[in-house]
Design a protein around this ligand. Structure first.
Ligand SMILES: [Zn+2]
Length: 400
């Protein structure tokens, strides 16, 4: 009897330890391993610090919601949380939502037959309905952001309308510790082939949708897909719906043909939330051509330059500045912005708290104060102030 009891309690203890490791240790370990900082020298020049602290700073892409991280807590791993955004004087952070990535993920050719996120969702204790549904993963991650905003003591504000953004800008101008957040979808396979899910995600707060991620989907091709086709009829219908609802189209990760088609058919500005440029870093499967950069500018959109090595062919901030300079020379400084890809399974030269490294590097490269204001955030703010829904439209569309 005693022997049996000991056996049961040992087995119970074993399951408990394994469960603890699987549900609490591995998710944090994965986050720490995959989102790292390379190196940077901290800012000591008081003039740079003053300039930086007077900027409205915006970043177009961070995948933070994918990880098991409490947004309102300061962490010493990964790249983004609210305390670090405030420390870096970031006024607007776009939180992009990843819902499916293929196993053996690479830049050249991936199909959609496998999925890394299922195991991550289970290990991170996400609701059961997210295990199989990319739509539910998108809804769940949006809700994580909403909960964080509620618990943030007014430091994190979710931006759904032009008025919301204007309020955050006004608060920042009054030196309040606040950061605005916009939800963005990375890969519209999460619509699960249903047009009505565009409105559903709009109601969850999504204001930017990237058509494809690492594989071709129902809307069109990925730069890293198998066929890399252009837009489908479903993709066109989604684009029309997005244009109608004031959701911006993001062409990051799209195949060149799909980029062409979105630029041809969109009636609103088209943006790249996180990219590099072929003129600096000839990563042809992912980075933008001069022609696409020109067309994005012509649409009234912005090009967000990423911070990770494969986008800028550099381990430090120099590649980022070179890419910003390249776009500014090609189409003018009104169309270039920051698109870090913080927490996107990448190494970056610094985290959100130390984004002033970019301000210093722009000064050192000879950009004027006015140009720095635009590049560090005003360009993004302007596109959004012109294209987010106005309050009354949001109310109307919340009952589609
Ligand atoms: Zn991405």
């Amino acid at each position: 009897m005693n022997k049996k009891y000991t056996l049961y309690s040992s087995a119970f203890l074993f399951v408990l330890v394994i469960s603890y490791i699987f549900f609490f240790v591995i998710p944090v370990y994965e986050d720490r391993k995959r989102n790292t900082v390379i190196s940077f020298s901290p800012i000591s020049d008081s003039k740079i610090i003053e300039l930086h602290n007077n900027l409205f700073i915006a970043d177009l892409h961070a995948d933070t919601l994918l990880w098991d991280r409490k947004l309102n807590t300061h962490h010493h791993h990964g790249h983004v949380d609210i305390p670090r955004l405030l420390q870096g004087n970031v006024g607007l952070q776009v939180f992009s939502v990843v819902t499916k990535t293929p196993r053996g993920l690479n830049l050249y050719s991936n199909d959609d037959n496998s999925d890394n996120i299922t195991l991550l969702a289970i290990a991170q204790r996400w609701p059961v309905k997210t295990w199989k549904s990319t739509l539910h993963r998108a809804v769940y991650q949006a809700e994580k952001l909403h909960v964080a905003a509620t618990k943030s003591s007014q430091r994190l504000k979710i931006i759904r309308t032009r008025q919301d953004l204007q309020e955050v800008i006004t608060l920042k101008n009054g030196n309040q510790a606040v950061v605005g957040a916009i939800l963005s979808l990375e890969g519209a396979h999460a619509l699960e082939g249903k047009l009505e899910n565009v409105a559903l995600l709009f109601n969850e707060g999504y204001r930017i949708i990237g058509f494809s991620h690492f594989f071709d989907n129902e809307l069109g091709g990925s730069a890293h897909g198998v066929k890399k086709n252009g837009i489908t009829q479903f993709g066109l219908n989604v684009l029309r719906k997005m244009n109608h609802l004031n959701i911006l189209a993001d062409i990051s990760h799209a195949s060149p043909k799909l980029i062409d088609d979105i630029l041809r058919h969109s009636t609103r500005p088209v943006i790249a939330t996180h990219t590099g440029v072929q003129g600096v870093c000839n990563n042809a499967t992912r980075n933008l051509s001069d022609e696409h950069i020109r067309k994005i500018a012509a649409s009234g959109g912005v090009v967000g330059i990423g911070f990770w090595p494969a986008a800028i062919c550099s381990q430090d901030v120099s590649g980022l500045i070179k890419s910003i300079r390249y776009v500014a020379d090609l189409i003018g400084e009104d169309y270039v912005a920051l698109g870090s890809d913080f927490d996107g399974n990448v190494q970056t030269p610094f985290d959100a708290a130390n984004i002033s490294v970019v301000t210093r590097a722009l000064v050192q490269d000879g950009f004027t104060e006015r140009q720095i204001q635009k590049i560090m955030g005003e360009n993004i703010a302007n596109v959004l102030l012109d294209n987010l829904p106005v309050d009354s439209e949001t109310e109307l569309q919340s009952n589609p």
